[in-house]
Design a binder for this molecule. Structure first.
Ligand code: FES
Length: 316
């Protein structure tokens, strides 16, 4: 039996640099076939080399079914992905790309408000474009400390309609997040993505808001703290029957890597979903910020998971 397609082979059709330090990639099928559809705010994994998989948000409109567009900032302390994209990847190269997954849940009744810092605007662009196309109200507050905000060309309809508020934080103080949120506390769903400090502040300020009125999109996984009470268990790979003991001090991910298990790891911290894997016996203990309660009944993000039973059986 042929298994599901794990990733596509796409060609890098075009690369540009809309502002210094940000590279934007257009990925397409080599023969221009339609690509698997995606939801607004969906992610794809780029396979940039052996064990170098990185996850990025799709920026183009989901109606655009012949290409995937991502934007990548050059990180000073790159873990390898942004450096590869900025220094090695060329137009014409063919790379592995996952099928898109996840996406943003917009409110259908409230105003959707997007608060973005720097490259943190990328997960919201497809949502904003689609809301603008459907003539639905939305507001974007976008601040940048690196000169002109990147990707503003992709927000042109919202910009022309006066729905984008830009703040150049090289010249002015960043706006007061608390006052902004006060304004939207009863009448909006608010999305936030940007540097860690901004997200932490946002998370604190909306701590009491209902879950369906806030969304935080993180690029950098919070440091994973292993559970001090974790116990030993066996991880079993159902397809090959291979198994190994997972020691608390080693953890599940390192154990799977030592078994050369067929898993994909990108963030390594439970925020991207690249490593989601079906499980059938456990139960698994979930520490990710990706899966819904329903998805957790059958899948687990193995980079941050544990098991409360004697065996964790993964269907790989
Ligand atoms: S690798 Fe990102 S959630 Fe596991």
């Amino acid at each position: 039996m042929v298994g599901p397609v794990k990733h596509l082979q796409l060609v890098v059709r075009r690369i540009d640099e809309p502002v210094p330090g940000v590279r934007r990639l257009w990925l397409a099928d080599r023969e221009d076939w339609r690509l698997p559809s995606f939801r607004i705010g969906a992610h794809i994994d780029l396979h940039l080399g052996r064990h170098l998989v990185r996850t990025y948000s799709l920026c183009n409109d989901p109606q655009d079914d012949r290409q995937y567009v991502v934007a990548v900032k050059k990180e000073e302390h790159s873990r390898g992905g942004s450096q590869y994209i900025h220094e090695t990847l060329q137009a014409g190269d063919v790379i592995g790309v996952s099928v898109p997954r996840s996406g943003l849940e917009l409110s259908s009744t409230l105003t959707n408000v997007f608060i973005a810092g720097g490259i943190g605007v990328t997960p919201f662009i497809s949502a904003i474009r689609s809301l603008e196309r459907d003539e639905r109200e939305n507001y974007i507050l976008y601040w940048s400390s690196l000169g002109p905000p990147s990707l503003i060309d992709m927000l042109q309809p919202a910009f022309s309609a006066g729905r984008v508020q830009l703040y150049d934080t090289r010249r002015e103080d960043p706006p007061h997040l608390g006052s902004i949120l006060k304004q939207y506390e009863d009448n909006a769903k608010v999305f936030c993505c940007g540097p860690g400090g901004m997200l932490d502040a946002f998370e604190n300020l909306v701590a009491d808001w209902p879950d369906d009125r806030k969304h935080i999109e993180r690029f950098v996984a919070p440091k994973f703290v292993p559970d001090a009470n974790a116990h030993r268990y066996r991880v079993v790979l159902a397809k090959s029957g291979r198994e190994k003991e997972v020691l608390p001090e080693v953890g599940l991910l390192a154990t799977l890597e030592s078994m050369d298990a067929d898993i994909i790891v990108s963030c390594g911290g439970g925020i991207c979903g690249a490593c989601r894997t079906p499980w059938s016996e456990g139960p698994a203990i979930h520490h990710d910020r990706v899966l819904t309660p329903r998805e957790r009944e059958r899948e687990v993000c193995v980079c941050v998971a544990d098991c409360s039973g004697a065996r964790l059986v993964l269907d790989i």
